[in-house]
Design a protein around this ligand. Structure first.
Ligand code: ZN
Length: 293
């Protein structure tokens, strides 16, 4: 099984934030962890010699901009791995955010219309920190922000650190990864992380697209180090091959399944050690999972 490194294996960087916990996880790479909400989102501050890049702005519960300004003196550009609310919450504090150039998604992010109002993410049980005094779940929402669209292949040159945009549709259509080819680092967003991967959330037609993305990643990036956007930060790149195999097994109806206890509907979870794949029941039936009648 591919080696997964949890935050307990790193030392936190002392700071005054009551919401974020930053960790130096590689040379020039700081993982900014949000441990007090069940989503356990991770944003990344990646520093070159001249400038820095912030991959995602977190949930918008703590002030990530002031933390980033504490962590680096370099100018910072903000890039979103995708437009889900848990990665774009503090975009509004920055002049603009980069997002993959798909007009419908860019527009939604610009309008702030990316939050699901009845979401379990708003429930009081979603927080593990007793009543953050500055934050009200009842009025929690995503604020509008400016967006500068980017294309596949765009390169951010931070000085001694170049990050290349890789389009990775699957989790969402607007998902990207950032690849640093000299040191073989891959920032994976939500397309790959060590927890259940939701393969159906943008519809049945995204499932084969997700599989094709994973197949391509397994072929090209298995010798990279992965930096994931939820739960645990550092994962050996060979995990990509395990996930590719898992998709094949699930989509050929051969994988063991159980009902997904985390979602109320009858979604189906296929577990594979450090990660899983979740399908809607409709998708599971389509791809050959056998249910008793
Ligand atoms: Zn996420």
């Amino acid at each position: 099984m591919s080696k997964l490194m949890h935050f307990s294996e790193f030392d936190p960087i002392p700071c005054e934030s009551r919401w974020f916990v930053p960790y130096r996880v590689a040379d020039g790479v700081t993982a900014i962890y949000e441990p007090y909400h069940f989503q356990e989102v991770i944003s990344y501050l990646i520093e070159g010699n001249e400038s820095a890049l912030l991959l995602d702005s977190g949930m918008g519960i703590g002030n990530i901009r002031s933390l980033v300004e504490f962590l680096t003196d370099k100018p910072v550009i903000l890039v979103n791995s995708h437009s889900h609310f848990d990665h774009v919450g503090d975009n509004w504090r920055f002049p603009y955010a980069h997002l993959l150039d798909i007009p419908e998604y860019v527009l939604r992010l610009e309008s702030g219309n990316v939050f699901q109002p009845d979401s379990c993410n708003r429930a009081s049980s979603s927080l593990c920190l007793e009543g953050p005094p500055w934050f009200d779940l009842n009025t929690y929402h995503t604020k509008p922000c400016s967006v500068v669209p980017i294309e596949e292949g765009h390169c951010f040159d931070l000085g001694g650190m170049k990050l290349r945009v890789v389009a990775t549709p699957g989790h969402t259509r607007d998902s990207i990864m950032l690849a640093e080819d000299a040191s073989r680092l891959l920032f994976t967003g939500d397309t790959i992380y060590p927890a259940p991967l939701y393969a159906y959330i943008e519809g049945l037609d995204m499932i084969p697209i997700y599989q094709a993305t994973v197949e391509k990643l397994a072929a090209e990036y298995s010798d990279y180090t992965l930096f994931c956007s939820h739960n645990a930060p550092v994962w050996e790149g060979s995990a990509l091959k395990e996930i590719d195999d898992a998709f094949r097994s699930v989509l050929s109806g051969k994988a063991a399944w159980q009902y997904d206890s985390k979602t109320d509907g009858d979604n189906i979870l296929y577990s594979f050690g450090d990660f899983g794949i979740v399908l809607s029941r409709e998708a599971a039936v389509k791809y050959g999972t056998k249910f008793e009648t």
